[in-house]
Design a protein around this ligand. Structure first.
Ligand code: 6PG
Length: 256
């Protein structure tokens, strides 16, 4: 059963989530030589990243960024300096401000003309980071779309079907072992690069951070609606049980 945390407003949510991520990073670095933090895109995490990465903030002395590796759960098909880039969102807040080693920042190359090539390249990267035992990621951060999408897994994506339901075990012709795919977002008319459900779930802790009344129905569907994962992609997190933590403000939790 997922863990539910509800904070009064978006500001309190960002601080509470930052405290949780900092504690998880500290705990991970106490057990592993490095900590793998997978970032989400979208606007919601902006304040969280600012708090975490502030060199004069409350977390600066608690996180040894020289031992942290940053990954991304998805990326838009744009260059890193584009206003829509998920890497571009985090760069000033968590990359430039923390002095994290450059070779610890593993962005998806959304600038490649072929999004499938960017996905293949990132899939190869993740393969190199597989641990002999244990999860690929220590902390997975996710946001939630109003349609209950996570990363860039939008409703109807064939990868959402449970592996056994997919029959071949490799939905939509994808290799079952793939952790990263290029996904066409029909409603946006653009490609995205995204982790697959299997890769998203390959994390010790999965924190989904969501704020605002417009997300309330998606939160309710993800947590309480009958299983319909193709319609409500965030329901895929039901497969991860208590490894999942929902971090909400009161408005986003208002339909529960
Ligand atoms: C992206 C994200 C996506 C995001 C949700 C919520 O690339 O957009 O990975 O899954 O988390 O769409 O976005 P907001 O935080 O902007 O509402």
């Amino acid at each position: 059963m997922a863990v539910l945390n509800v904070e009064p407003d978006a500001g309190a949510l960002a601080l509470a989530a930052a405290q949780r991520v900092a504690a998880l990073l500290e705990s991970t670095l106490g057990r592993h030589p490095d900590a793998r933090l997978c970032l989400t895109g979208g606007r919601t995490p902006r304040d969280l990243y600012r708090l975490l990465g502030d060199p004069s903030g409350p977390f600066a002395s608690r996180i040894d960024w020289t031992r942290v590796h940053l990954f991304w759960g998805d990326e838009r098909h744009v260059p890193p300096d584009h206003q829509d880039s998920n890497y571009g969102l985090a760069r000033p807040l968590l990359v430039a401000s923390t002095g994290i080693p450059v070779d610890h920042v593993h962005r998806m190359r959304g600038e490649l003309p072929d999004a499938k090539e960017a996905a293949r390249e990132y899939d190869d990267l993740l393969r190199a980071y597989l641990r002999p035992a244990g999860a690929l990621f220590d902390i997975m951060l996710l946001g939630l779309g109003e349609d209950a999408h996570i990363a860039s897994l939008f409703p109807g994506n064939p990868l959402l079907a449970p592996p056994e339901a997919a029959g071949t075990g490799s939905p939509s012709g994808q290799e079952a072992c793939e952790r990263v795919v290029a996904a066409w977002a029909p409603h946006l008319g653009t490609w995205r690069i995204t982790l697959t459900p299997a890769a998203i779930l390959d994390a010790d802790r999965i924190l989904i951070i969501t704020a605002g009344a417009p997300k309330a129905s998606a939160v309710q569907a993800a947590l309480q609606a009958p299983d319909a994962v193709s319609r409500w992609p965030a329901q895929v997190l039901r497969r991860a049980g208590d490894r999942v933590e929902w971090w909400l403000d009161r408005a986003a939790a208002s339909a529960l």
